[in-house]
Design a protein around this ligand. Sequence first.
Ligand SMILES: [Zn+2]
Length: 305
Amino acid sequence: MKRMLLLLVILLVTGCTLNVNEKSNKCIIATSFPGYDFARAIVKDTGIDVKLLLSPGVDMHDYELTPKDMVDIENAELFIYVGGESDEWVKKVLNTTDKKLNTYKLMDAVKLLDEEIKPGMESDGGEEKSESDEHVWTSPINAIKIVEDLTKKISELFPEYESIFDNNSKSYIEEIKLVDSDIRDLINNTSKKTLIFADRFPLLYFTREYNLDYYAAFPGCAHETEASAKTIAFLIEKVKRENIPVIFTIELSSGNIAETIKKETGVKVSTFETAHNVTKSDYDNGVTYVDLMKRNISALREALK
Ligand SMILES: [Zn+2]
């Protein structure tokens, strides 16, 4: 009993939710994979713990705050969130907590784009109030800006590790730059510029960065995932007319719309990793944002052939 109590006390006084073998009591917690991945790269070899609030394999848009997560957030040295629709609950946390939390918002680091409704997309049909698209991290150039900016923030909180952070940050940015130049090479060597997403479309920052055109079933991360016959017919027509070899779904999607289009056209279906979250096995294997982008490069190579 005494031992259990002791364990409980340790759990309460240390930062993130701890596995028994973790010794760090300094902790950074992130609502979604990009913030988690960037922070993890920056604090490497310092013993600072980084936790992903979202369970691996769970759609970020389905997350619901638990009392335990609330405690973890309040105990963390830094709380990283996106700042958009998908973690809108953060506003409530920041308004209700008595603690002074250190926070970092990804959407503050880059120039924002408004969500876009393209021809053929399902939209709410209601008023077209333009909202900023939250998926800033999907552009590798933005990812670099966020890593640079987040490094400053983390250095302010843990000045004793500043030089380690700087080195880690520089080498991670080099990796992202390589991804960026591989994508540019690929796009400069093909005449095809159109991507078809038989799914939601959280990749506006990515396609704008590389001057790619796209058609998709839904804008941003719209909740509905059933597309109308009209939307599906529109995408089928695009695949046929533009001779599209590969269409995309995004990770953790049902893939239903893509299957329908595949049946009709014989097109290949690939996954585009938007990095909201990763699967359990990717999480366990320590897969990074850069790894996900490399998968995307392979998929793009086929799609733009
Ligand atoms: Zn999203």
